[in-house]
Structures are given as C-alpha cells and as structure tokens.
Design a protein around this ligand. Structure first.
Ligand code: SAM
Length: 470
C-alpha cells in the first residue's frame, strides 16, 4: 500500500477510533512482529474439530488439559475469564448456561442424547490426538496443557505459544489434522455471530413466555418481555437441552468459505427437525448451496417448532483484520476511501433481503469483521428505520458486545450501543485482552447484532439499488 493510501486509511480510522486505540490497531497491523505479546492476546485460538459424530466434546479435562467444571464455575478459566471483575458471578453463570446448553458436563444436550454410544468418547480421543499432533508440529511439548473452549464444547483453546504458528496462510495449514480437514483454526471472535443467534438477552422471559415482544414495542433491553432463543441458565437441564433448537431452520446467507456454517452444524447437530441452508454468491464446487441436515435426530421433539434464524455474516472492508496482519501481508491494498460506502450498500441489500425472508418471531444476526461504523451501527440503524416490527436485542454473550461507534440514527428503534457484557474486555478482533479495563470498552472486529422480527411486516420486495461491482 503506498504512502498516500496509508495516510488516508489512518485518517479514516481516526474518524471513529479513539486515538489510543487507533495507535494500537495501527501498531498491531504494521509492527506486529515487534509486539509479540499483543499479538498473542489477539490470537488466542479455538480449535474446532470436525467432522465428527456430534457437537459433544465436553469441556472436561482430558489428559494434558486443564480441568473445568461444567455448570457455573465452568466459565472461570476461559479466555479472559480471569478479568471478569465485578461481573464475575454473572459471567460464570452465563458461561455455565452456555456450557450446559451446549453439551457441558452437567447438562447433556439434545445432541448428546442422540449421539451413538461411544461417540463422545471417540470424539474426545480424536481431540486429544489432534491436539498432540498440533503441539508436536509446532515444536511444543505435546503434554502442554490445552484448555477447553467455554463457548463450544467441540473446541479447544490453544496455548499462546501456538500463536506464531497459526497465522493466516502460515505453515500450520500443512499439519496432518488440518490437511485432513479434521480440525480448523478459528478466532474466538469468529464464534460470536453464531453464539449471538443462540444467546439469551436481557429481559428474556422464562421458558414458556411469549416468544417475542409486541410489534413496534420500542427498545428492547431490560424492558423487553421477549424471550431469548435459548432458555436461561439452568433451564433445559439434564434430559432437556436446547429448547430453542428443535425445529430450527437456519439460513446462512453469506456462508463461504463455511466457518460459521460448520460451527452452526456442530451446535445444532442433533436438533430435531432442524436444518441449515447455507448460500453464498461465491460459487463453491460442486454447487453454491448446501443443505446440512442434523446427523442424528433425537427420539422426541420438544415444542417451538418452526423457529427461523438468518445469519448475515456480511462482506465488508475487513478493517478489523488489521490487528492480525504482518508487515509482509499485502492487505489492505484493496482499501480506498469509498470502500466502506460501497460495502454498506451491499450490506443493506443483504440485510433487507434477510428481513424479507425471516419469519415473524425469527431472528437475524448481522456481523462483519470491520471496525467501520458505516458498515456496522449505521447499517443496522438503517434497517431498523426501514422495516417495521423488528427490534434490536442485545444478546448476552460470554464475550462483550461492542460499545463504540455512533448511536443509531433518527428513526431507529434500538438500544444504544451496549455496555460490554460479562467477560473480559476485547481487542479489535474481539479477543479477550488480559489486563484491559472494563471501563474503557474496545470495539470488536466481528460485532454481531441480533435483530428479532416481531411481526410479519416486511419491506417492499423491490430490490434495493444494485451494489457496485467489486
Ligand atoms: C465474511 S464472508 C463470509 C464468511 C463465512 N460466513 C464464514 O464464516 O466462513 C462474506 C461472504 O459474503 C459473500 N457475498 C457477497 N455478496 C453476496 C450476496 N449478494 N449474496 C450472498 N453472499 C454474498 C461473499 O462471497 C463472501 O463469501
């Protein structure tokens, strides 16, 4: 990138990032090799395992792994969990809820119940073997402790020492588990959009409460009588599982290359009557659309049929990735001053389409991997002004939601940018930042916004303006 473009990129970032954060983003992007500790914080990676018989790698210790309890205290050891401060108890109970909802040790999920006998053990053994091969491949002691991921039972948090080995396009891709497709690397922030689909939100009623607030009900948040997509902590315990999952139909509107689709399939693998339809403008061989059916339907279906989620993991300028780049990386060569504006037009088109497709009572999650408010807050504010009967809800995530950027514009029916949720503060790629202050929240690169469709008022079917090419 030439000097003129670099300075215009810096001016652009300075228009919405606080100066100290801008410095950190900038340094992280271009001088990362001189700041290895920062890089290590932002590259605390989860290891997803697939394909497997189900989502059930329990967050329990296996040989060489740190032990974690399931319910409640289970969240105490995860990324950033040590910096929960006054929010610690809430965070622990939330993480406990996530763990129990998704197959944690104390509460088998629907998928756990459906898994063929021996499946969990087989997957556990596979996880150990994958971890061993990766650590060996990185030249580390294969008995190095590896933590379970509190948000996804079928994942592991690799030790920070692995970070230098797993950069995009780095040598790790040639290690056997990755070549064989039995594992993939995923930044924790990449899990957030999927978690946001499933997370409860403040004001979510008890199971059995009305599915959603009345149409046009104004802001959500604490006053909402709506119901989260998953039960609250403790609900759906043993023998129950994910009450929100049965009958779920998920449309993954921007699916390629498929990281979040795979995560969704992991998490919903055993849900009765559920399906994921994943589409993308990019053509993937042999076809552009894939339907993923649950692997093993459970014996019985619990209520809440026909729930619908739409995930819009939109194409964007990707400025959040600055943090992850090394000087030799060529990106963001494609960036120019109009890139955000062009991306926003396409994002609006996609969100409008999602709003037309989602059923009343359904949920849209919108996410990007950019820091630019014109592609984030402003796009969501636009949709809220454009479509009646939808509202923004703040999912309770085990990692905080973004709290920066301009408030939504006039006409928006939304909550203001949220306080960070329980958990640790986050860096620009959404990773936990040990030692960062909760009083000064940082933005996410991947910043999922969840929009609930309360009633059947859809935008006109007329297509929005064509997005510019490129
Ligand atoms: C950020 S990527 C999605 C990443 C993906 N969700 C994952 O987790 O692997 C955005 C995707 O949107 C796709 N896209 C762009 N315009 C689109 C459109 N009009 N309809 C559907 N997909 C589109 C791009 O091809 C790209 O694959």
């Amino acid at each position: 990138m030439d000097a003129a473009k670099l300075s215009s990129l810096r001016r652009h970032l300075a228009s919405y990032l606080p100066a100290d954060l801008l410095d950190r983003v900038w340094e992280g992007g271009f001088c990362v090799q001189r700041q290895p500790s920062f890089r290590l914080n932002t590259l605390r990676l989860g290891l997803g395992l697939g394909p497997g018989p189900g989502p059930g790698l329990r967050p329990e210790a296996s040989s060489g792994e740190s032990r974690r309890s399931g319910q409640g205290g289970g969240g105490g050891q995860g990324a950033g969990a040590g910096q929960m401060g006054g929010r610690g108890a809430a965070a622990r109970s939330l993480l406990g809820a996530f763990a129990s909802l998704w197959g944690g040790a104390s509460a088998p999920s629907v998928a756990d119940a459906a898994r063929p006998s021996g499946g969990a053990e087989a997957l556990e053994a596979e996880a150990r073997e994958v971890v061993r091969q990766l650590l060996e491949g990185f030249g580390l002691d294969p008995s190095t402790p590896v933590e379970a991921c509190p948000y996804l039972p079928a994942a592991r948090l690799l030790p920070a020492a692995c970070a230098p080995h797993v950069r995009v396009g780095g040598p790790a891709k040639d290690l056997p588990p990755l070549k064989a497709g039995s594992a993939y690397f995923m930044g924790l922030s990449s899990m957030l959009p999927t978690l946001a689909l499933m997370a409860p939100h403040p004001g979510a009623g008890a199971p059995g409460a009305p599915a959603h607030a009345p149409a046009g009900g104004g802001s959500s948040g604490g006053s909402s009588r709506g119901r989260g997509m998953v039960p609250r902590a403790g609900a759906g315990a043993r023998g129950g599982g994910r009450e929100g999952a049965p009958g779920l139909r998920v449309l993954d509107l921007c699916a390629a290359p498929g990281g979040k689709t795979a995560l969704l399939a992991d998490l919903l693998g055993g849900a009765a009557g559920g399906s994921i339809v994943a589409v993308d403008a990019r053509r993937l061989a042999p076809a552009a659309a894939h339907e993923v059916q649950p692997r093993a339907p459970p014996a019985r279906t619990r209520g809440l049929s026909g729930r619908q989620w739409v995930l819009v993991d939109a194409p964007c300028t990707g400025l959040g990735r600055l943090q992850l780049l090394r000087p030799e990386d060529t990106w963001p060569d494609g960036w120019d001053e109009q890139a955000g504006r062009r991306a926003a037009i396409r994002q609006r088109m996609l969100l409008r389409r999602a709003a037309a497709l989602v059923r009343p009572g359904g949920t849209i999650v919108y996410s990007t991997c950019t820091l630019d408010p014109q592609e984030n807050e402003m796009v969501v504010a636009w949709l809220l002004g454009e479509v009646e009967g939808i509202r923004l809800v703040e999912p309770l995530l085990p990692m905080p939601m973004p709290a920066t950027g301009p408030a939504p514009g006039p006409g928006a029916t939304s909550t203001p940018p949220s306080e960070p949720g329980p958990g640790a503060d986050c860096g620009p790629d959404g990773q936990a930042q040990p030692g960062a202050s909760l009083a000064k929240p940082l933005p996410f690169a991947t910043a999922p916004r969840r929009i609930d469709a309360a009633r059947a008022t859809h935008p006109a079917t007329a297509a929005p303006p064509n997005p510019p090419s490129g």
